[in-house]
Design a protein around this ligand. Structure first.
Ligand code: ZN
Length: 660
């Protein structure tokens, strides 16, 4: 998760807190939800003939090596649940209801298996206590943990479950496989920073870890958080008409404490080895794959390959729907091939940081080859078609299935990524957002074009009739496109909103992709009930501390409202004590830039400690109070600083998506 993951650090905690609310308030179906239509019922029934349901080997694999199931809840310090698998009891029924795609139902059942599992003797996983897995390697005199989940609470619960069933050896090393929050956020639940500082515990990570943890999520963080609410269905109740799964796990653990301890040992060569607690480990760096900074681990003593998030039991995302920089399908494919080539004939088990492992030398090689081919196909076929002149939606429509045997493998299905989004992502990587058609060079924005479309189609009532007709024929994609025009032209038209909610809902019920289902159903819910309130934000202290001054200034520049800032040109020196670092900021034409060093001719200067900046970022302190207390020292024209602060906007976390 890629919670990608996933998540903008500063906003994660808040969106998560709010999701927690929704989890406890609602149960069953979203308010106003309708059942599956006849068309949806029959489309979903048809899926049974389109996927390899006769192959049910994954049901055995997912419970193989079970030592202790996990049944309960994980609660925070105040006793509030942040993880509750009982919400998924509805998945116990064997056959899928009409409101869930049977293929997604299958995966949702598999992902509900939670507990402590033996992968092979000496290698264990806690699965189903968070979006990702925690992997534990038993050394001679200590324990090595790969990926301590999203929050300290779930990570602590996972380690407790392990200790209840295995010898209580101390944790001597934590390995972060990559930069997404679901793979490091719980680190303080399993180790103490004092032990890291004392050299008793190592923290290993791929090169570039800290930079990417922050930069991937900070600048567009507010919008990513809002869209993540859709992708993970964070406000949806769990149920047959609500959230059923997140493809790479059940859901995001919500409301917990996201933590971070800086790595002590960075892997920077393509392959590096370490011996930790008597265990030999080879690391394989895979930069620019599922995350900008990521690595696999190979355990020669156990003939086990840890594939991080580079392979899983689903097609992954080249571009995640919550928004992110586009990934490189070609590099992803090449690194999977390198893993296959280097470890393929000396691996008996493949374990990932999501879903369940794959046992047996031949099945492991086949999975690696299949997923290598899948990502290469995404890259090459998209380029093939765009070179023939096809545009993004034409390519997506053309790439409905994987070629050859690839389409018959469960782990290649589009549960998390999709052929439709991934092919368009590859187009975006090579060609950008413009499709080359001059009619699309400078189109009217949504509201203006919607008003004109509705007028051209004979007005609101006429469009409503056309939407209804499309829905009666089960043409939900068309109904949703048409209905969207009407909602954007007439946002107060309750009939239009209700119909649009129904068409999105049927699309959600039919989706094999867990993200798509969550997105459609969240859209339907907001059309009916409006945008949920924000609970206010609580920020991850560790994440704020990890923000560099440069990132702070970059984000300050993002917050500047250019209209307020024009006419307030200024030059400021901004110095941090402990550690001593100096910056010079220029506000010119409403645009804020910065560089390292001081300018002797600056209008004003201020000096503060990094700790003061952190307190301000955490909203434990405001600027004027800090100045009064002498925590910020000002030289020159102090009014300039007040002027700069006056240009800053605060972003609303709950902006509209399905309405203007
Ligand atoms: Zn992940």
């Amino acid at each position: 998760m890629p919670l990608s993951f996933l998540f903008p650090p500063a906003r994660l905690a808040s969106l998560v807190a709010l999701a927690c609310l929704s989890q406890t308030v609602h149960a069953g179906a979203p308010a106003g939800a309708a059942g599956a239509s006849e068309q949806t019922r029959s489309n979903n029934a048809a899926v049974l003939g389109q996927r390899p349901f006769a192959n049910d080997a994954d049901y055995a694999a997912v419970s193989r090596g079970l030592i202790a199931p996990f049944k309960g809840q994980v609660v925070d310090a105040r006793g509030k649940p942040i993880w509750n698998l009982a919400n998924y009891d509805f998945l116990n029924q064997k056959d899928s209801p009409a409101s869930v795609n049977p293929s997604l139902w299958r995966l949702a059942q598999l992902n509900t298996h939670a507990g402590l599992f033996e992968v092979v003797p000496g290698l264990y996983q806690v699965r189903g206590l968070d979006l990702a897995n925690m992997t534990l390697i038993e050394g001679d005199d200590g324990l090595i943990i790969i990926d301590p989940l999203t929050s300290a609470e779930t990570a602590r619960a996972a380690l407790d479950l392990y200790y209840q069933n295995r010898p209580r050896k101390p944790v001597v090393a934590v390995i972060y496989s990559h930069t997404h929050t679901d793979h490091f956020g719980g680190v303080r639940g399993v180790i103490d920073e004092a032990d890291v500082k004392a050299g008793k515990v190592k923290v290993l990570a791929p090169s570039g870890f800290m930079e990417h943890v922050m930069s991937e999520n900070v600048y567009a963080g507010n919008a990513m958080s809002r869209r993540a609410q859709y992708q993970f269905g964070l406000y949806l109740p769990q149920g047959e008409q609500g959230q059923v799964d997140a493809a790479i796990g059940k859901a995001v653990a919500i409301g917990g404490t996201i933590t971070l301890i800086e790595p002590t040992d960075l892997i920077s060569q393509p392959y590096e080895t370490r011996r930790i607690a008597g265990v030999d480990i080879e690391f394989q760096l895979t930069p620019g794959t599922e995350a900008p900074s990521e690595m696999n681990v190979y355990l020669p003593g156990l003939k086990a390959l840890g594939i991080a998030e580079n392979a899983s039991q689903t097609m992954h995302n080249i571009l995640t729907p919550r928004g992110a920089q586009v990934r490189d399908a070609k590099a992803w494919s090449q690194y999977l091939d390198a893993s296959l080539n280097r470890y393929g004939d000396k691996t008996d088990v493949l374990f990932g940081q999501h879903n369940w492992p794959t046992w047996g030398a031949e099945p492991v090689r086949t999975l690696l080859a299949d997923q290598r081919d899948m990502y290469a196909f995404l890259n090459d076929r998209t380029l093939h078609l765009l070179n023939q002149g096809l545009t993004p939606m034409e390519i997506a429509q053309n790439m409905q299935t994987l070629p050859g045997e690839l389409k018959n493998k469960w782990y290649n299905q589009g549960y998390y990524g999709s052929l439709s989004h991934n092919s368009r992502a590859v187009y975006q990587r090579y060609m950008g957002f413009y499709d080359g058609n001059p009619a699309n060079l400078n189109p009217l924005p949504p509201v203006e074009s919607a008003r004109l479309y509705v007028e051209a189609m004979g007005g609101g009532e006429a469009v409503l009739g056309k939407v209804k007709a499309a829905m009666d024929k089960g043409e939900y994609r068309w109904a949703a496109q048409l209905g969207n025009q009407l909602v954007f032209a007439e946002p107060d038209n309750t009939k239009a909103r209700a119909l649009q909610a129904q068409s999105l809902e049927q699309l959600g019920y039919q989706s094999e992709n867990a993200n798509w289902r969550n997105i459609y159903l969240t859209g339907a819910m907001e059309l009916r009930n409006g945008v949920p309130d924000s609970p206010g934000s609580s920020v991850s202290v560790d994440m704020v501390r990890a923000l560099t001054p440069q990132m702070f200034f970059d984000y300050l520049a993002v917050r500047v409202d250019v209209d307020k800032a024009v006419g307030h040109d200024m030059n400021l020196n901004w110095r941090f004590s402990e550690p001593d670092k100096a910056f010079n900021l220029t506000l010119r034409n409403g645009v804020l830039t910065h560089r390292e060093g001081l300018n002797p001719k600056a209008d004003a200067g201020l000096t503060m400690s990094k700790a003061t900046l952190e307190q301000i970022s955490l909203k434990q302190l405001d600027f004027p109070t800090a100045m009064q207390k002498g925590l910020i020292k000002v030289e020159g024209n102090g009014k300039k600083i007040v002027e700069l602060l006056g240009t800053l906007d605060t972003f609303s976390p709950q902006f509209n998506i399905v309405t203007p």
